[in-house]
Ligand binder design. Structure first.
Ligand SMILES: *[C@@H]1O[C@H](CO)[C@@H](O)[C@H](O)[C@H]1NC(C)=O
Ligand SMILES: *[C@@H]1O[C@H](CO)[C@@H](O)[C@H](O)[C@H]1NC(C)=O
Length: 357
């Protein structure tokens, strides 16, 4: 094979593998069903079970919630109250903007600039929950999630997060012991994910939100953590909608914003978007190929002559012996069509012939 095409193929493969590597975790999230770490319903006693639990409760009895100030809107009052009523023996902490900032300034001063620098308040609401779980441990619950039963059985796992369908995990309900390696990892890498992605919703999702958490989770799992480092997954049926589920979902999503609909649309059409992604990658590949063809045409002027092909016979012709010898070079590289200035608006095909032919 000639050196040119070989070089082209190597460069293309390198570019493609770099692209693939950068989206590999995202792609692998699409096929991750979390079954290996799922909390099986058989492990969980039913809400009013007579089963005597022997498992030690390792997660501290603290419920964390976040809101900008102490005045919680009425739509979420009922949900909040249902959690407080069911857990009179738990400590309850509402992380307001002011309290959150004070906490970061005092305990994690290295993160304060990033924390203050977040463009969207929801990013601060996202990050504070990771920090308080890593610091105090406990259970974080979004304000729009009410409690359907006591959380005690979930306190037996060193860390748990909630599975979302079709992909990944969410950050709206999760629990952890203090200093759990997963949440330590999460707060450690937050700064490096603090980037803008053009659309506010994608920026929030990927810098601090559920997509960010899912990516870190997927990478963390690759290291095969031991039992105490494992992150167990609460599956959708145990999350809400059933009498044995832990939570109830109340009206009023904490995600405000017009582009919310876009991301939900994207979530529902991830298959289409993946296909579009591959088409885009193909188009980029084709452009590279085409540029290479033009470049080799230009650079090999000394070694090749071009014979103008009459446009009416641009269909593939029968192979002659000399054509066979050039088979190694794809047609796309051998034949180039472009508008010939002199010949007017007619596309003219040129074909490369080695001067040796
Ligand atoms: C459990 O008991 C409580 C209080 O007795 C009751 O309100 C609730 O409906 C019961 N839950 C189930 C799933 O049986
Ligand atoms: C909390 O914020 C709301 C809306 O911005 C405001 O109406 C309310 O007065 C605030 N509450 C306190 C205690 O500052």
């Amino acid at each position: 094979m000639r050196r040119g095409p070989l070089l082209f193929i190597v460069v293309t493969l390198v570019i493609l593998s770099l692209l693939l590597r950068s989206v590999f975790t995202l792609l692998s999230l699409l096929v991750e069903d979390a079954s290996a770490d799922a909390i099986h319903r058989a492990e969980l006693p039913s809400p009013n079970s007579s089963l005597i639990e022997h498992r030690p409760q390792v997660i501290p009895k603290i419920i964390h919630q976040t809101y900008k100030n102490e005045t919680i809107p009425e739509v979420w009052m009922e949900a909040q109250q249902s959690c407080i009523d069911l857990h009179p023996d738990y400590e309850y902490i509402l992380w307001t903007n002011e309290k959150s900032r004070d906490f970061i300034a005092k305990e994690y001063p290295w993160f304060l600039d990033t924390f203050d620098g977040y463009k969207y308040p929801i990013q601060r609401a996202d990050t504070i929950r990771y920090f308080v779980l890593a610091h105090f441990g406990g259970t974080y619950i979004d304000l729009d999630d009410g409690c359907n039963r006591r959380l005690d059985p979930l306190l037996a796992y060193p860390a748990w997060v909630r599975r979302t369908v079709p992909t990944g995990i969410s950050n709206d309900a999760m629990g952890s012991v203090p200093q759990h390696p997963f949440f330590l990892r999460v707060i450690e890498v937050l700064q490096s994910y603090d980037r803008s992605w053009l659309l506010p919703y994608i920026t929030v999702m990927y810098s601090t939100g559920p997509l960010f958490l899912s990516v870190i989770w997927k990478e963390y799992m690759r290291e095969m953590p031991n039992e105490s480092g494992r992150v167990r997954i609460l599956m959708p049926d145990e999350y809400n909608k059933f009498s044995w589920s832990f939570f109830t979902h109340h009206v009023g999503n904490s995600w405000h914003g017009k582009d919310a609909r876009l991301i939900f649309w994207m979530g529902q059409h991830w298959m289409l978007l993946t296909v579009l992604g591959f088409i885009l990658a193909g188009a980029v590949g084709y452009c590279l190929w085409w540029s290479y063809g033009r470049l080799s045409l230009w650079s090999s002027k000394h070694r090749y002559r071009y014979s103008k092909l009459p446009s009416f016979i641009s269909l593939p012709r029968l192979s002659s012996p000399t054509r066979l010898s050039r088979r190694a070079m794809p047609t796309l590289l051998r034949r180039v069509s472009f508008k010939d200035e002199e010949a007017g608006p007619i596309e003219t095909s040129y074909e490369l012939y080695s001067r040796r032919d």
